[in-house]
Design a protein around this ligand. Sequence first.
Ligand code: ADP
Ligand code: ADP
Length: 237
Amino acid sequence: AAFIDVEDVALRYRPHGAVEGTLAVEGLSLSVAEGEFVAVVGPSGCGKSTLMKLVTGLQFPSAGRVRVAGDAVTGPVNIAGMAFQNPVMLPWRTTAANVLLPMEIVQPHRSNIRRNRASYHERADALLASVGLEGAGEKFPWQLSGGMQQRASLCRALIHEPKLLMLDEPFAALDAFTREELWCVIRDLQAEKGFTTVLVTHDLREAAFLADRVLAMSARPGRILAERTVDLPRPRD
Ligand code: ADP
Ligand code: ADP
């Protein structure tokens, strides 16, 4: 069975009980195998972020079914790590404490985290170092550059060793050099850990560099219009 299984899904947003609302996606189906890296492209407003929210359980379909790891999605999917275009961080927490936030969800007894504070922080610092952020853990997010915050937000998405990595344009705001550096970081991590990844991007070069398969969505209401397997030689092959 597929790791992500989206079957004939529609989602209509109805803010404040609006009668019509916005039909964001309709007839949306896709399946992603375990360990696969899929990129999703499509025009702005076509429902790419909506797809990400449906898969991570932040939105529920008006029609159709969403299953992840064999289970119907009924609430936030804790096996997912998420990173967005805008690396929102809690300004009153250090970068390491921000990176450790998902641990508080998968490890609900916060006393465990407090008791093992040193080992948790070591783990956060090691992950930060792997993306070139040695020593940034003790700084506050607002003391880091935008690109550094974006790296840290990738660490936050990965700290709980998610089986599923959901990336919503996390590289878009970076300079070209940092972007390509982080592509390599993600690609190496994927090869090492074997998690399943869905990446929303506007950058076809990025999609071709990272993904096994590229899915193109139609304009709103979004659905998958076409898909293409990327067959480039990669270091992991
Ligand atoms: P994309 O990520 O491809 O730009 P989105 O999934 O963000 O597209 O949005 C799809 C459509 O749904 C857009 O028309 C957008 O305005 C609308 N939309 C997204 N989120 C909401 C929301 N929370 N409430 C109402 N409409 C929304
Ligand atoms: P905790 O859940 O253990 O209180 P938080 O990281 O939520 O940890 O908060 C750490 C400290 O920052 C707390 O003393 C809290 O009262 C304070 N705090 C919470 N929200 C804000 C905020 N928006 N701005 C500044 N300080 C805050």
